[in-house]
Each structure stands twice: as C-alpha cells, then as structure tokens.
Design a protein around this ligand. Structure first.
Ligand code: ATP
Length: 421
C-alpha cells in the first residue's frame, strides 16, 4: 500500500516529514515493512503552503486498515490543528493513482474535489481534516513517479528542544560538503559563507543533507557534529530535479507556474530599490520581465552582464508579470560594438569629431576621415548556464552540479565549469 500525508504543520511548529517518519516507526513497531519513504515537493507557488510545499508517501507492506488507523491517529496527535491554515489529509491506496495528478500538483494547481474524485474512484481509504486541502498533497504524493530522484537525510530534534536554538557545528557542515560535493549539495553556501541546511523555524528538523544517493548523504551526515537528535530518515525525493518546470512561450505564461522560456534580451538590466535586478526578453511578438531578486546575491552580477541582443533561456516561476529567475542559460552573446575617432594615418594621433555626421579631423595635420574606428567590447559573461546560490535555491530547482540541463537533448552529466556555477 501507499500512505500519503500532507498539511500537518504551521509556522509555529511541526513538519509533515517528521510526522511521516514517526508513522513509519509506528508501522515498523507493528511488524509492517516500510519499503520506501518518499518526500515530494509540489508547486512552489501555492499560497497555502507553510514553507516548502512538501507532502510524504510511505510504501508499506502490512494491514491497510491498521496502517490507516495508525496514520490518522498520528496526525490527530501531532498535527498543529490550532492553525487555520493546517488542513491535514491522510490517504491509503493499494495501487498508485494515475501520475497525472502528481504532475499537475507539482506544475500547476489542483482542486480538493479532483483529489476526492480520484480517491473515490479507486475505493481508497482517506480522511481529510477541516477544509480537507491536505488531500491534494497526500493524493499527489501517492500518485508520484520520480523519473529523476535525489535523496535527503533529515535529522530531527528531540521534542524537548523544539523551539530552542539549534546546536549544529558549522565547521563540520563545511567539512562535510567539501568532502562530498558534488555528490551532496546545498549543505552550505560557500560563496556567501553561510550554512543552508539548518532551518531557523521552530519545527522538529535539526538539519538535512541532500545528495545523489543514500550512501553519499550518509557519508556527509556522519561528519556532522550536533546536539543529540531524536530520529533520522532518508527520504527519496523530487528535490533538485526541476520537476516543476514546463517549456513556456512568452505571451502565453500562466500565473503561478514555472517555466523555461527562450527569448532575446530586449532591455539593459536595471538595478532597482532593494538591489533587485530586472530586464525584459522578447520573442519578436511579446515581452516578459525577468527578475533576479536581492537574495540571489552574486547571480545578479551575471544578470547585470547581459545586454540587448543576447539570447537566453530564462528559468523560473511566472508571478505578477515576471519570471523570477532560478537559473538562466546564455545561448549566444550579442556583439557590442563601440566606436571612437580613428587614428590619423599620417601622424598616428587620434582624430577628433568634426561635428555630428561631419566625420573626423586630425588637429595636427588637418587630414580628414569619414568612418570611426569600430571595436568589439569584450564581454564579461560567457555563454552557458548560471544559477542562483544555494541560499536562494528552491527545493525543486536542479543544481548545476547535478549536470547541465540540455534543453533539446534531455539531460547530460557534464559538470559545469566553476565560472558558470
Ligand atoms: P507541510 O510540512 O505541512 O507539508 P508545507 O509548506 O509543505 O507544510 P502545507 O502546509 O502542506 O505546506 O500546505 C500546502 C497545502 O497546499 C496543502 O494543503 C496541499 O494539499 C496544498 N497543495 C499542494 N500543492 C497544491 C497544488 N498544486 N494545488 C493546490 N493545492 C496544493
């Protein structure tokens, strides 16, 4: 069977992954076999989300009625029902539903009624609490198929420590990433010299390490020194896979969806209040604004290197008329010609302009020339992929260390150069 759970936490506490890990242990205690623990991130633009729009699914062998009972009892015990925005959902299915529902939930918006219709048609056991919105994520989790997948070990705090400052040794996190990158990523952000994998919210997570395989995340995890944890769970995930992206066309983008969009830079990038950088791209018919917000830090320097005529693929969520960049590919760079007065062929001195459209004149010998000297300005930007730093990365965004996305030919695994990271 597959057990799906979602929407159990609030900004004040709890975490659906922790609750899922507790359910897994209670099922094992009753001699059930937990074959897989899966953590899916859904559309990052859903406004109801508490933090990262996560939902979990457990692949379990055992008694379905008992498993449903234990899952519901655990949700009733641990979910933060006091929060208006916490609307848990628990689903138990014997076969996975059509993956179309998962794909819609990760790339678009779903209705509670659509989830209920799928569950009713399958004769599934399910329980939706309060407004039942959690049934969307719970159904999506059990319907998920992960053609690309990564892993995360989540280390959870002892309940007595929840809400107190976390004690995780930063130096050990830096050492863990150094020893295991690029097989693990986003433990720390080297360029910005900050720890990324330790949350600051009052939830049960102590830290999480993301990577390519269970063994790599374990290697990194074993290097981390911290307060005594309560439990730990390795999750198989859609994090870092770009599962949220659609191929989009300028002029045809839908609010709240995430895209790869091909276009030509139409305006010089401008830095506005707060350090946010914006520019537009066009496709000959329509324009769209692209934004690199202040938290994307050094990525904005790359964006500022764009000039009109550069051809790019902009990747990110379309919100309020802008693509909020997660990464971009510079496909081709425009020539940026600069002109200056030519050298006098007689005196080897630079001529001066003789007035608008009047050509150039040598002050020394009086020689004249019609055309300026044209120089190509060297570009600071090279073609290739550029991404936001780990501090600003979305859970679903595929980091370039996992391989450079090749839009036409699928993904290949050539590592990027450090310049392009
Ligand atoms: P938690 O740890 O509790 O999962 P979270 O940040 O992941 O916290 P939720 O509290 O689960 O966010 O809130 C997200 C809500 O949005 C859930 O009720 C989920 O069912 C719902 N949801 C998720 N994806 C979609 C979608 N694509 N369309 C509509 N609703 C969605």
């Amino acid at each position: 069977m597959l057990i799906g759970i979602d929407d159990t936490d609030s900004p004040q506490g709890m975490c659906t992954t922790y609750l899922g890990a507790v359910v897994a242990r209670r099922l094992i205690y009753e001699h059930m076999q937990v074959r897989e623990a899966r953590l899916v991130r859904l559309n990052p633009n859903v406004t109801y989300k508490t933090r990262g729009n996560a939902a979990v699914a457990l692949d379990v062998a055992g008694d379905t009625d008992r498993a449903f009972e234990i899952s519901c009892a655990t949700v009733e015990e641990l979910a933060d029902f006091a929060c208006d925005n916490t609307n848990p959902g628990v689903v138990v299915v014997e076969q996975p539903p059509d993956p179309g529902f998962y794909r819609q939930a990760v790339r678009d918006f779903c209705e509670i009624g659509d989830a209920v219709a799928i569950l009713d048609a399958m004769g599934a056991r399910y329980r939706g609490y309060k407004n039942r919105r959690g049934l969307i994520g719970a159904t999506a989790a059990v319907a998920s198929r992960l053609p690309d997948r990564t892993y995360e070990i989540l280390v959870y705090r002892q309940p007595v420590r929840w809400g107190t400052p976390r004690n995780v040794d930063s130096a050990s996190l830096f050492a863990a990433q150094e020893a295991t990158f690029p097989h693990t990523w986003d433990t720390i952000d080297e360029e910005n010299d900050v720890v990324v994998c330790v949350p600051h919210t009052p939830d049960p997570v102590l830290f999480g390490i993301r990577g390519e395989s269970p063994s790599w995340v374990m290697v990194a995890r074993s290097m981390v020194a911290s307060e005594e944890p309560a439990i730990e769970q390795i999750w198989i995930t859609n994090q870092g896979t770009d599962a949220h992206l659609l191929d989009g066309k300028i002029g045809n983008l839908k609010e709240g969806l995430s895209y790869r969009v091909h276009g030509t830079v139409a305006s010089v990038p401008l830095t506005g209040t707060g350090g946010h950088v914006s520019f537009t791209i066009h496709d000959g018919h329509h324009d769209v604004r692209c934004m690199a917000y202040e938290p994307t830090k050094g990525f904005r320097y790359r964006v500022r290197g764009l000039v009109p005529g550069d051809v790019v693929i902009a990747v990110g969520s379309y919100k309020k008329g802008s693509i909020n960049l997660e990464k971009m590919k510079v496909i081709s760079l425009a020539n940026v010609p600069a002109t200056r007065p030519p050298l006098c062929t007689m005196c080897n001195k630079r001529m001066t302009s003789d007035g608008k459209a009047k050509g150039y004149k040598c002050k020394k010998c009086g020689a004249r020339a019609g055309e300026p000297e044209v120089q190509e300005v060297p570009r600071v930007l090279a073609d290739g992929w550029y991404e936001v730093p780990p501090t600003a990365r979305r859970h679903l965004a595929k980091p370039l260390c996992r391989g450079v996305p090749d839009i036409k030919q699928g993904y290949h695994l050539a590592p990027p150069t450090s310049m392009q990271q």
